[in-house]
Ligand binder design. Structure first.
Ligand code: HEC
Ligand code: HEC
Length: 205
């Protein structure tokens, strides 16, 4: 038989776990949604509207599903915390890893659920100048519209890159219980388009 004191402790733990679980679910839902470009129509000043739209897009850009592949150093990160990639790997000359440890040795053309390994035919690390990890949304904005640091893209090319590129799209179907990037890829593309059309202004860094 369980003593009263022990029973109370167990009951408290169970209740606590329950309320933590509910809080977690609620915050997940809140952070998971993306506002539509229309919801910024009330901001009359185009520059302020543009910056506000980018701030919304920033929920995607700063999500671990994106930043794990846009790290500050030479190694990708894993998970939501996020932790350094295990086993240790480095970007190498072409972002596909060192000669001895290529990304493709483990990352196949599609997610491999039994091994929890994400996959895509072009799976590799974003170049160093495209690092987003640890940066503010304003800093990422300045960098993303700078052709010297965005792979030579014009800002309007970012509409399709974020809205349609399939490697970027992995972030919304990441497999094995990983939390997807907020909203949908289409909604993210619509925010980029609205941002470009309003003059591609950046929020304060
Ligand atoms: C020896 C096998 C192996 C190699 C080589 C490897 N990976 Fe991984 N990688 C994994 C496994 C397994 C996971 C899943 C770990 C988990 O989520 O628990 C993973 C997860 C990741 C993630 C995390 C995705 C997320 O958001 O959680 C990224 C990013 C990643 N790898 C990038 C790379 C890149 C880039 C390379 C090449 C430079 C590479 N990996 C090389 C095995 C490997
Ligand atoms: C598996 C790794 C990987 C993941 C995951 C990933 N990227 Fe990238 N990203 C890359 C690579 C590699 C490049 C460089 C390719 C190029 O320039 O064509 C890149 C380049 C970019 C660029 C253009 C350069 C820049 O920084 O302005 C954008 C925009 C971008 N990624 C957006 C995203 C977004 C948004 C997400 C998450 C929804 C994401 N990426 C997730 C690997 C990744």
């Amino acid at each position: 038989m369980i003593s009263d004191a022990r029973f109370t402790t167990i009951a408290v733990i169970v209740a606590l776990a329950g309320s933590l679980g509910a809080g977690y679910a609620a915050s997940q839902t809140a952070s998971h949604a993306l506002a539509s470009p229309d919801s910024f129509a009330g901001i009359a000043d185009p520059q302020k509207r543009s910056a506000a739209i980018f701030t919304e897009l920033g929920k995607v850009l700063t999500h671990p599903r994106c930043t794990n592949c846009h790290p500050a150093g030479d190694s990708p990160r894993q998970g939501d915390t996020p932790r350094l990639h295990q086993p240790p790997v480095a970007r190498g000359a072409d972002g596909h890893g060192l000669e001895t440890m290529r990304c493709q040795a483990c990352h196949l053309k599609a997610n491999f659920e039994p091994g929890r390994v994400p996959g895509h035919p072009e799976w590799h690390l974003a170049p160093r100048e495209m690092a987003w990890e640890g940066k503010t949304v304003g800093e990422i904005c300045e960098q993303i519209r700078d052709p010297a640091r965005n792979g030579g893209r014009k800002v309007d090319e970012l509409i399709d890159h974020i809205g349609k590129d399939t490697l970027v799209g992995w972030a919304w179907k990441p497999g094995f219980g990983r939390s997807p990037a907020p909203g949908t890829q289409e909604q993210a593309g619509a925010l980029v388009e609205a941002w470009v059309k309003t003059g591609a202004a950046c929020p304060a860094p």
